[in-house]
Write a protein that binds this ligand. Structure first.
Ligand code: 15L
Length: 270
């Protein structure tokens, strides 16, 4: 069985994936906060990813990495810089030094949040981050590209929508991914023989999707869940109008409108 390092293992996505990977991988879990509920197939190494030496220690000897670690929503520059930009630099650099090739990077829909909800984008579209957090995800994707081209890393970037047992509002009907579908995508990233540098969208089989996930399907992704099964319930409990006219028309939602003073109606950058 492969040994896989999972950074940010104490977070919500890590908690879902730990359950899904029971019996599948030996998991070396890392996080900045303590984790004391390791199962028999899991070990824990407490790691501050802003420390390169500590990150090398966490990475040494594993067969692959699922990099979830970092700050998972918008934050001030110092927070994003330390947790996401320096942390991700250290993760890729530690993997290069320790000769660990396979890296799954948890990117985010917020790398693309300024695209409109009336647009369908795929893995070839230019990033339009909606926040400092989104910029850090674009940075992580760029690190994967550089380390793949220059040093032979094998990287899958998953632009994750929203991972939850069920879609929680109208926006999430478009971007939801179930825990087991995310686990399937991550496994493809870890196991597929021909990964060099890939971008895929982390969503289930959603009818209301804004993303063309052909690249994920080409790699074998066959999602088992669909948000439409929850649409009637969500639409009876939530309005598409959240009182945020800008956020409601663009993919990133509230991440877009926070601090916004630009003009997203100007001609498209794409
Ligand atoms: C993300 O990237 C965040 O990590 C998560 O907390 C949600 O805000 C999600 O995006 C989303 O857009 O729903």
């Amino acid at each position: 069985m492969k040994t896989i390092l999972m950074t940010g293992a104490a977070g919500g996505v890590g908690t879902f994936l730990r359950k899904a990977f029971q019996g599948r991988y030996h998991l070396r879990l890392s996080d900045i906060v303590a984790l004391d509920d390791c199962a028999s197939h899991e070990t824990f190494v407490r790691t501050d990813l802003s420390d390169l030496a500590a990150t090398r220690n966490a990475v040494a000897g594993v067969d692959g990495i699922i990099h979830l670690g970092g700050f998972s929503v918008e934050g001030d520059w110092e927070t994003i810089l330390n947790a996401n930009i320096i942390g991700t630099r250290n993760l890729f650099e530690a993997a290069r030094i320790e000769n660990v090739k396979r890296i799954i990077f948890a990117s985010s829909n917020h790398a693309m949040g300024f695209y409109g909800r009336d647009e369908t984008i795929d893995h070839t579209h230019y990033p339009r981050p909606d926040s400092r957090y989104g910029v850090s995800k674009v940075f992580g994707e760029a690190m994967g590209s550089l380390y793949s081209d220059k040093y032979g890393a094998e990287v899958m970037n998953i632009r994750i929508g929203n991972v939850a047992e069920e879609p929680i509002d109208v926006r999430r009907l478009s971007i939801w991914i179930s825990p087991r579908d995310l686990a399937q995508l991550v496994s493809i990233g870890l196991e597929h023989p021909d990964i060099r540098f890939e971008v895929v969208y982390g969503m289930s089989d959603n009818e209301r999707a804004w993303w063309d996930n052909a690249n994920a399907r080409r790699l074998g992704y066959a999602p088992q869940d669909q948000s439409e099964d929850y649409a009637a319930k969500v639409l009876s409990e939530h309005s598409a109008d959240t009182g945020d006219p800008l956020g409601d028309t663009l993919q990133g939602g509230a991440f877009v409108s926070t601090e916004a003073g630009g003009d997203p109606t100007k001609p498209d950058l794409a």
